[in-house]
Each structure stands twice: as C-alpha cells, then as structure tokens.
Design a protein. Structure first.
Length: 309
C-alpha cells in the first residue's frame, strides 16, 4: 500500500516592520513620545544648557552673561582648593559606597534567618532611608556634639582622654559626615540585598557545605557570585546617590571646617552658584562631575559585561 505523503503546513511568516499594522506604530508613538518629551524637557535640555553655561561668566544678579571660552575650566584646574574638594569627594563616596554595601549585606544575611522580632528590626534598619537627610543631620549634630554629645559621653566612659572635636578637625568632620550618611543610606542596600538573598539557590549552598567547604569559601565562591548582579546594581545606584549628598553636609558642617574640610563637588556647585553668584563656574564643576560619573559608569558596565562573558 502506497503511503500518502505528509502534508507540510506553511510556516507562519514573522511580522517584520513592514508587515506590522499601522495601529502598532500609533501605539508605539503614544507610549514613547511622551516619555521622550519629558526626558528632553527635564534631563537633556538642562544638561545641554548647563554645559553651555560653563563657557560663560555669569553673575546671577546680572542679566548679561559674558562668553569666556574655557577660562572656567582652566581656573578650576589651577585652583588649589579644587583638588582638596576632589579628594573629599572621592574619600566620602568610596567610604559611603563600601560601608553601606558591606554593612547592608552583613545585616541582610543576619536577618535572613528566622529570628524573633526580625520584622521589627528590618523596619528599624530601613526607616532612616525614608527620613529627610536634613532631619538626620540635625540629630547627628547632637550625637557628635563635643560638649554633651552621645559620642563624647561614651568615649569618656571608656577612658578615652583626647576625644576628637568633630567640628574643628577637618578629617574627623569628614568622618562624621560619612558615618551619618552611611547610617541613613544603610537601609537601601540592606533591603536590596535581603530581596536578592531570597533568590539564592539553597541547593548550591548545601552542596558546598556537604563537600566540606568552610563558611568563608561558601560565602566567597558560592554566595557572592549569585549576588553579583545585585552588587553591580547597588554599586551604581549608591555611587550616584553618594555623589549627590548635599543636605547632610549643609546642615552639619556647611562644607567646613577650615574652608573646605567637608566640601564635596556637589556642595561646591551650590556654593559657587548661590553664595558666590558665579553660575558659570558652578556649571563648570557640575559638568566635570557629569563627565567623571559617565566614565565611571561606563567602566562599571564594561567590567560587568566581561564578568558575565
């Protein structure tokens, strides 16, 4: 008996751009155009205006701006306090990023277990993140007060004779501001890491323990690789947030002591623009910050792509 040839059904043709109905294009425009308009209005245009303003000498009390080319950039490069401010920015940012992420991961691992009252503790850790930075700055002013502050009292009870004056020594002042910001921002890293730990493959952890791996080996070789995307995300977001810190510094030290003891680049933008009325020079500092941050972010993305490959 002769077998009947199998009937081959025609394969459905993929819908390319030319085959899509016009309704899809209309929906695309409805969804995309408003977002592009908002980005252009509130992000791209201010960015372009800021870069353009950096080439002008403009006192905000004077309606006339004078074009001076790259003089603002050469002035920034030649000023001695510029590099002190850059150093403050780098130290503060690195300490804030590393401190909040390391402590956030440690607390997340501790409170990922079934402990009595862990939900209350979780809420208490996250609460400072949603509180105003100015309010936290005022509270920590009393904590670090050299006369009757909590730190002064605790160190005195521990027998420390030479308690540092956090408001007169620039190094200790920067330490004080950094600790305050880490305490405020710790809850953000904590919550993100806590959520990431819920997706960790428990069987890999158990297999490592059964193979006799130490806790440190399990942590570094099994747990951390699974948290790598979360760590990459946090490194970028915490870095961006740290570079924008203004309220805590303004409330606690106003950029001092001794002139630029705790002045960061974002605080310098404020001082030059609204205290010294040099909007052009303030725009120059902001533009330099933007370029540096763009380069750092691109390097982070490149490193992450290589690690994934």
């Amino acid at each position: 008996m002769r077998a009947k040839p199998e009937r081959v059904l025609p394969q459905p043709r993929g819908r390319g751009l030319r085959n899509r109905p016009w309704q899809d294009y209309v929906l695309f425009l409805i969804l995309v155009v408003p977002n592009l308009a908002l980005l252009t209005l509130f992000v791209y245009r201010p960015l372009i205006d800021n870069i353009r303003l950096s080439f002008f000498d403009w006192n905000i009390s004077d309606p006339v701006a004078t074009f001076i080319g790259v003089d603002n950039y050469t002035e920034w490069w030649g000023r001695s306090d510029s590099w002190d401010i850059v150093t403050n920015t780098v130290v503060f940012t690195l300490a804030a990023v590393v401190g909040s992420m390391v402590l956030g991961l440690a607390l997340a691992m501790l409170l990922d277990r079934k402990l009595f009252g862990r939900n209350v503790v979780r809420s208490a850790i996250f609460a400072p993140f949603v509180i105003s930075g100015a309010a936290i700055g005022v509270a920590f002013q009393f904590i670090f007060d050299p006369s009757f502050g909590l730190v002064q009292d605790v160190l005195g009870r521990l027998g420390v004779d030479n308690v540092p004056d956090f408001y007169q020594n620039p190094h200790w002042a920067l330490f004080m501001v950094t600790v305050t910001y880490i305490w405020k921002n710790l809850g953000y890293s904590f919550v993100i890491y806590l959520a990431a730990l819920q997706g960790v493959r428990a069987e890999l952890m158990e297999a490592a323990e059964m193979d006799g791996a130490s806790r440190w080996t399990t942590f570094t070789k099994v747990l951390l690789p699974q948290l790598r995307p979360t760590t990459f995300f946090l490194s970028i977001t915490v870095l961006l947030n740290s570079l924008q810190v203004f309220d805590i510094i303004n409330v606690m030290t106003r950029g001092g002591p001794l002139g630029t003891g705790t002045t960061t680049m974002v605080y310098q933008v404020y001082e030059e623009t609204f205290r010294n009325f040099r909007a052009g020079y303030g725009a120059t500092v902001a533009t330099i910050m933007f370029v540096v941050l763009l380069v750092v972010t691109l390097v982070q993305v490149r490193v992450m792509d290589r690690n994934e490959q």
